[in-house]
Design a protein around this ligand. Structure first.
Ligand code: ADP
Ligand code: MG
Length: 250
């Protein structure tokens, strides 16, 4: 076996796939010929580390199950003046997570709630923080089933493990009382332990109807808002930005 083949075998055995990929061009590059061995080893191992970090970042974003890949740089703050860019930029530092604080985006449809929640989630997932995005109706369906099967605790335990949990679209559909109680248990378990981002089209005054019980709704709100940034968005839907649907026909 040639020495080059042996080197390739060793790189395979050590799973150093990036080094294996770049070695031919690295060896062909004349500027590397006179490099001290230590410098070359640093170059090659740096390339492997960068590749692995990027791969882990991508995997972590994929397993977080975001509805789409949108970041803060895709967000047009001038379209939604009630949202302060400086505030969102501060949230994007993820400092709120150190304080185990929550974020609630509240506003009518199309105002960018899911986009902003996703963008903050992608920021966290990029930093290899365990993050999960779930639709509220889907989560409530899980609690409803779990409640029938006597395994609410297991569901709570499962969603407790994420350092950042994003629950999207509270309030579009009213929910069953058993599911509401499961949801309360989850919020109570995450309280002061883990951060949660929620989006809703309903003000707190309507959460009693959403959860089918004002007492449970109050208990949920109480835990959520104790350490929380509530971002109220008052504006037009971005979905109808270029459509003059409210203009009188002439
Ligand atoms: P909702 O408030 O109903 O959750 P979304 O965040 O899903 O709304 O926004 C609806 C669509 O419009 C998405 O594709 C989102 O990326 C886009 N969007 C909303 N607001 C803005 C904005 N200010 N700048 C750029 N895109 C936006
Ligand atoms: Mg949404």
């Amino acid at each position: 076996m040639s020495k080059y083949a042996q080197l390739n075998n060793n790189l395979d055995s050590l799973s150093l796939s990036k080094i294996k990929e770049i070695i031919p061009s690295y060896l062909d590059n004349k500027t590397n010929e006179s490099k001290p061995l230590v410098d070359s080893l640093i170059d090659l191992t740096n390339a492997e580390i960068t590749f692995r970090d990027e791969r882990a970042r991508r995997i972590n974003i994929t397993v977080s199950s975001f509805p789409y890949h949108k970041t803060l740089s895709d967000f047009d703050f001038s379209y939604q003046p009630t949202i302060h860019k400086a505030k969102i930029d501060d949230l994007a530092t993820l400092r709120f997570m150190d304080e185990k604080a929550n974020i609630i985006f509240m506003g009518s449809p199309g105002t960018g709630k899911t986009h902003l929640a996703t963008a903050l989630g992608i920021e966290a997932a990029s930093q290899r923080i365990s993050t999960y995005f779930i639709n509220f109706a889907e989560l409530m369906e899980k609690f409803k089933r779990a409640s029938k099967e006597n395994r609410v605790e297991q569901v709570v335990k499962h969603y407790l493990k994420y350092s950042l949990l994003i629950i999207d679209e509270i309030g579009y559909l009213p929910v069953d009382r058993d599911a509401s109680y499961g949801f309360f248990q989850l919020i109570a378990a995450r309280y002061e332990k883990r951060s949660t981002i929620l989006t809703t089209n309903q003000p707190f005054s309507r959460w009693g109807e959403v959860f089918g019980d004002p007492v449970i709704a109050n208990a949920i709100i109480d835990r959520l808002v104790h350490h929380c940034e509530v971002i109220k968005i008052n504006g037009m839907s971005y979905r109808i930005k270029d459509k003059n649907i409210f203009e009188e026909e002439s």
